[in-house]
Design a protein around this ligand. Structure first.
Ligand code: F6R
Length: 242
C-alpha cells in the first residue's frame, strides 16, 4: 500500500486526477471504477479541466460505479446516476452507453445484483477503482459486518450512513434506507485501487483502516491485502498517522 500525502483537498484532487489521467493515457480503452460522495468531486473537476484543455480523451473509456441507492430514479438529483452525469459524464466525451451503475429502480434485489455482476464481468473487470472512505470504514456501501460480501448485493444502510447522507435530503425520512453496492471481491479484483481521503474527521478511520487489523468491522482494512493500492490523503486526514 502506497500512501501519498497531499497538502490539502485541492492538492489531493490534483494528485488523484493525475493517477486517473495516467491510467486513461496508458490504456485509452480502460475500465474505470468510479465513486460518488463529496471527496472525489475535486478529482472529477480536475479531470474535466484537463479534458477541456485537450489533454484527456475519454472516448474509449468504460466506467462502472460502485453503488446506487435503491428506489431513486435517475432524474432524482440525489441518485448516483444523476451525480455522475452532473460531475463528469456530461462534461467529457465518455460514451454514455459505456457508463454503468447498478439499476436503483429495479425493485428485485437479486435481479439487480445479478445484472450488475454480469455487466462487470462483461466489461472484463476493472483497471482502476476509485474509492472514498466512509467514517465507519465503508467502501462502496459495504458497511461494517461480520463478513466481507463478495459481489454486488443489496445493503441496509447503517444509522450513521443515513445520518451522514441526511444533509443531501430535505428530511431524514427521504434518505434511502437501502442501496446496491459492488462487493469486496470485485473491488479487490481491480488491477489498481485509488483511495481519496480528506479532512480531519477522517483521520481516525484512516489510521484504523490502513494501519489497524484487517477486519470486516472496518471493511476498507481489506485493502491492505491488495497488491496495488494508492491512498491519496491530505495532511488533515493523515494527522493521526506517524
Ligand atoms: C460513494 C461511496 C461511499 C463514499 C463514502 C465517503 O460512491 O461508495 O463509500 O465514498 O461514503 O463519502 P464522502 O466522500 O462523501 O466522505
Amino acid at each position: 500500500m502506497k500512501i501519498v500525502k497531499a497538502k490539502d483537498y485541492k492538492d489531493m484532487s490534483r494528485k488523484a486526477a493525475n493517477i486517473i489521467s495516467a491510467q486513461v493515457i496508458m490504456k485509452p480503452n480502460c475500465v474505470l471504477g468510479l465513486a460518488t460522495g463529496s471527496t472525489p468531486i475535486g478529482t472529477y473537476e480536475q479531470l474535466v479541466e484537463w479534458y477541456n484543455q485537450g489533454d484527456l480523451d475519454f472516448g474509449q473509456v468504460t466506467t462502472v460505479n460502485l453503488d446506487e441507492y435503491k428506489g431513486l430514479t435517475k432524474e432524482n438529483d440525489q441518485s448516483y446516476y444523476y451525480f455522475m452525469n452532473d460531475k463528469l459524464f456530461s462534461k467529457v466525451n465518455v460514451n454514455k452507453e459505456r457508463t454503468f451503475l447498478p439499476d436503483g429502480m429495479e425493485p428485485d434485489s437479486e435481479k439487480a445484483c445479478k445484472a450488475y455482476n454480469e455487466i462487470i464481468a462483461s466489461v472484463g473487470g476493472i483497471d482502476l477503482q476509485l474509492l472514498g472512505l466512509g467514517h465507519n470504514g465503508h467502501i462502496g456501501f459495504n458497511e461494517p459486518a461480520d463478513t466481507f460480501e463478495a459481489e454486488t448485493h443489496c445493503v441496509d444502510l447503517t444509522e450513521s450512513t443515513i445520518k451522514a447522507n441526511q444533509r443531501f435530503f430535505a428530511s431524514i425520512d427521504e434518505v434511502p434506507k437501502q442501496a446496491y453496492t459492488m462487493g469486496i471481491k470485485t473491488i479487490m479484483q481491480a488491477n489498481k485501487v485509488l483511495v481519496v481521503v480528506s479532512g480531519e474527521d477522517k483521520a481516525k478511520i484512516v489510521k484504523e483502516a490502513f494501519f489497524g487489523p484487517i477486519t470486516p468491522r472496518v471493511q476498507a482494512s481489506v485493502l491492505q491485502l491488495h497488491k496495488d493500492v494508492i491512498v491519496v490523503a491530505d495532511e488533515a486526514a493523515l494527522s493521526l498517522v506517524k
